[in-house]
Design a protein around this ligand. Structure first.
Ligand code: FAD
Length: 319
């Protein structure tokens, strides 16, 4: 049965997030001949319509309200509720990002809709949408089906194929009524200077307690720069103050699915695996041959990371 799907397009620091395009690709598969619509937020959002059109959208709703310039729970919740009611969207897709995780359950609750979070698979089976999501820190997967009503889903970044599908989208300005805001963002102070967003990075070089100090992260930083990736960390490294918590990967940190994950001096605790075990290729560097990380690694190097990492960096510099 054809469906009306709405995709929340997320803009982070003036750049649209890749997971939004992944969501558009999924939306086109789910719509089953129905409508795929996208929504852009904030002043100047119209300039992104062309980019959104490349991934197949029949209509792009543009909400250029000044209160939507920066994400706030209040303003986005009000705007999204009004738009969903106006367009009568049946399936609403968002990225499983900080913003998606915040706004999706709130809007779903207000509209009395269902929600599936952190989906790693979404398929159409006999006209029904089947959502797959990991449970028990990634040890098992759950499949969910909603037989009636609206449903929201947040999609884990880097898990869905991107397909270009140029459609000349109709651009529809929409003016939501936004009032009684309890928060206003005055300034955003960014901590990480790296240009690569950890949750969408294709390559991650991650350090654990085995890096031993703040300086111990330098060889990892160098390798990630050569590979065009991002640096991540275990909670062990963050707790030891070797790096910022913004880098933490795992159950209580970021969930990542890069093409390549290089774990350096990380033992492989279950809570860490929960955040990275779906990576396509895992390389572990650890001096303990019994470290649990080797059980999920595709390639394991038993050795001292301070010797191994610079050697790998030198080799990649030659490529
Ligand atoms: P360790 O377990 O101490 O391992 C260090 C490793 O480095 C060892 O395997 C050692 O052999 C190796 N090593 C040492 N020196 C070298 C060297 N020179 N070269 C190569 N290898 C070397 N953890 C997370 O990561 N993310 C989470 O989100 C998270 N959430 C948690 C939530 C809860 C509720 C709890 C209870 C724990 C959570 N943890 C999380 C913590 C987790 O249980 C582990 O304590 C943590 O992951 C360990 O970090 P680590 O692997 O860096 O340190």
């Amino acid at each position: 049965m054809s469906k009306k799907v709405l995709v929340f397009i997320e803009n982070k620091g003036g750049k649209l997030r890749n997971v939004s395009f992944e969501a558009l690709t999924v939306a086109n598969e789910l719509a089953d001949g129905g409508e795929v619509n996208a929504v852009l937020f904030g002043p100047g959002a119209t300039e992104f319509v062309q980019e959104v059109s490349q991934y197949g959208s029949n209509k792009v709703y543009v909400l250029e309200h000044e209160s939507l310039a920066t994400y706030t729970t209040d303003a986005y919740t009000q705007a999204l509720c009004q738009l969903i009611e106006e367009v009568e969207a049946e399936v609403i897709l968002l990225g499983h990002t900080a913003v998606g995780k915040d706004v999706a359950p709130r809007v779903a609750a207000r509209l009395g809709a269902g929600l599936v979070s952190d989906c790693t698979g979404v398929e159409l089976e006999d006209g029904e949408i089947v959502f797959t999501r990991p449970i028990y820190a990634g040890k098992a997967f759950q499949k969910k089906v909603f037989s009636q009503g609206k449903v929201f889903a947040t999609l884990r970044p880097n898990n869905f194929e991107l397909k270009e599908n140029l459609v000349q989208a109709e651009v529809i300005p929409f003016q939501p009524v936004i009032k009684d805001l309890r928060t206003i963002v005055k300034e955003i102070v960014r901590k990480t200077a790296s240009g690569v967003d950890l949750s969408e990075a294709k390559i991650i070089v991650s350090g654990g307690r085995g890096v031993k100090s703040k300086d111990g992260f330098k060889p990892l930083q160098e390798l990630s720069e050569v590979l065009g990736g991002a640096v991540g960390a275990s909670r062990g490294a963050c707790d030891a103050e070797f790096c910022d918590y913004a880098l933490q990967i795992g159950q209580t940190g970021k969930v990542v699915t890069p093409d390549l994950y290089i774990a350096c001096g990380i033992s492989g605790a279950i809570q860490h695996l929960a955040g990275m075990s779906n990576s396509k290729v895992i390389v572990a560097i650890n001096k303990d041959p019994e470290a649990p990380i080797f059980q999920i690694a595709d390639y394991g190097i038993v050795g001292d990371l301070f010797e191994v990492v610079p050697l790998i960096t030198e080799e990649f510099k030659k490529v």
